[in-house]
Ligand binder design. Structure first.
Ligand code: F0G
Length: 413
């Protein structure tokens, strides 16, 4: 990788609430007013086309966009494992018929090194931890963030601590966090409680927090959009549909689209649909009523998005407003049926990811999406993240769920 020739501080932290700015070397997570920080890049200091060319050969779908993500970091501080460059797949005829639409693509973020989109944010977050000289990184997680953090931290030779809601993390993800060598703690309670604990721990003892409240995570996740737009030759779809939990990804997508427009990479802005699971839908309620209430006892079988108090909601709200998007929620029944349809097409994903197809079906049925419009669904995690729910669904063993598309195991005799 070629070294940067930029002036220092091409990028700064900016508070989204009061506009105050801070040096990125401060390693801050939030503003003194309590507002969330975002990274502001001074595009005027970049010669974008030339700079992007320097990085074309990098085998990472994140770092090939380095000038748009983290212009200042030096090559030796980057911790990468070939993340990104994920496939974009046409929906099968059965999927199209299921959702009543004609033009649907899946971008499969389950193809990242640890099997979820989190690797795109984590490569940037862990690299920044290294740049700042941090010895320990920490996160709360419904599973995927902890798997990704554990892998990237170990690969970088940094210690990792993860706090998980007890018995609410799918086995594929829990196994990864243990196997990659993180120190694993569980709490009785929700993801939101675990997040409160890690924020306290990080503030007290100088551990580097790597939940998506960390603005560098958002920078890495922007590349899902840059890469997808590049795959589509910079002809944006009409809709981008994403499952929503803590709302980091929804926020990253809004920022990426805004920047792509600022940089003249695209003209038209695709509309974002953020899909939550019913029972865990505080953002959808906020979107509809304008009044925010956390959900104290969130529950959904899509454990990745079982979140009651999403921290990035102000950024996500801005993302939906900017793109003219919407937030919607879907039942566990419709998520698991949609998952069975995606899985049986040979594409496959974890339950939370299938909320996108359920959300698309619902939005077409409601007339929000026209059947002819072009839609990209983001499949956020790999099918093998949660094998138990597959067996249970297909054996018709889930309480309150009809296994509409069951593929039962047969006895041979
Ligand atoms: N899909 C999957 C597979 C996820 O793991 C997550 C979040 C989301 C969607 C929602 O993304 O939080 O950016 O709105 N998982 C986090 C975790 C919370 O801890 O792994 P979001």
């Amino acid at each position: 990788m070629m070294e940067q020739k930029f002036l220092p501080e091409v990028s700064t932290f900016r508070c989204i609430k009061c506009n105050r700015t801070f040096s990125i070397s401060s390693g801050r997570m939030t503003c003194s007013c309590g507002g969330l920080l975002e990274i502001k890049h001074e595009w005027a200091l970049l010669s974008l086309k030339t700079e992007l060319k320097y990085y074309e050969h990098i085998p990472s779908g994140v770092w090939r966009f380095k000038p748009l993500i983290h212009p200042e970091i030096s090559e030796k501080e980057i911790v990468m494992r070939g993340e990104g460059n994920t496939g974009l797949y046409n929906a099968s005829q059965r999927i199209l018929e299921y959702a009543n639409c004609n033009n649907l693509l899946f971008k499969h973020e389950g193809e990242n090194p640890t099997g979820s989109f989190k690797d795109r944010g984590m490569t940037v977050g862990v690299s920044e931890a290294k740049r700042l000289g941090m010895h320990t990184v920490i996160c709360a997680s419904t599973g995927n963030t902890s798997a990704s953090l554990a892998a990237y931290a170990s690969y970088a030779g940094i210690k990792a601590i993860v706090i998980l809601p007890k018995e609410k993390v799918a086995f594929g993800k829990l196994s990864q966090a243990i196997a990659y060598g993180a120190k694993v703690y569980t709490v009785e309670g929700t993801f939101d409680l675990a997040l409160q604990h890690v924020i306290d721990l990080a503030t007290k003892d100088g551990r580097y927090l790597l939940n998506s409240i960390n603005p560098w995570r958002i920078e890495g996740q922007k590349t899902i959009i840059f890469e997808m737009l590049e795959n589509l030759k910079w002809e944006p779809p009409d809709w981008i549909v994403v499952p929503a939990g803590n709302l980091g990804n929804t926020s990253a997508f809004g920022k990426a689209l805004k920047e792509a427009q600022e940089l003249d990479l695209i003209k038209d802005i695709p509309k974002i649909i953020a899909v939550q699971a019913k029972g865990s839908e505080p953002f959808v309620n906020y979107w509809i009523s304008g009044k925010y209430e956390p959900e104290h006892n969130p529950h959904t079988l899509a454990t990745a998005i079982n979140i009651g108090n999403p921290v990035s909601r102000p950024k996500a709200l801005e993302a939906l407003r900017f793109t003219n998007g919407i937030a919607t929620s879907v039942s566990d029944q419709s998520i698991l049926d949609a998952k069975a349809i995606i899985d049986s097409a040979g594409i496959g994903c974890e339950p939370a990811s299938a909320a996108t197809l359920a959300g698309i079906k619902k939005s077409v049925d409601e007339g929000m999406i026209l059947a002819s419009e072009k839609i990209v669904s983001i499949l956020t995690g790999h099918l093998l993240k949660d094998p138990q729910i597959i067996i249970d669904y297909h054996q018709n063993q889930l309480e309150n769920i009809d296994s509409t598309f069951a593929n039962k195991i047969n006895t041979y005799d």
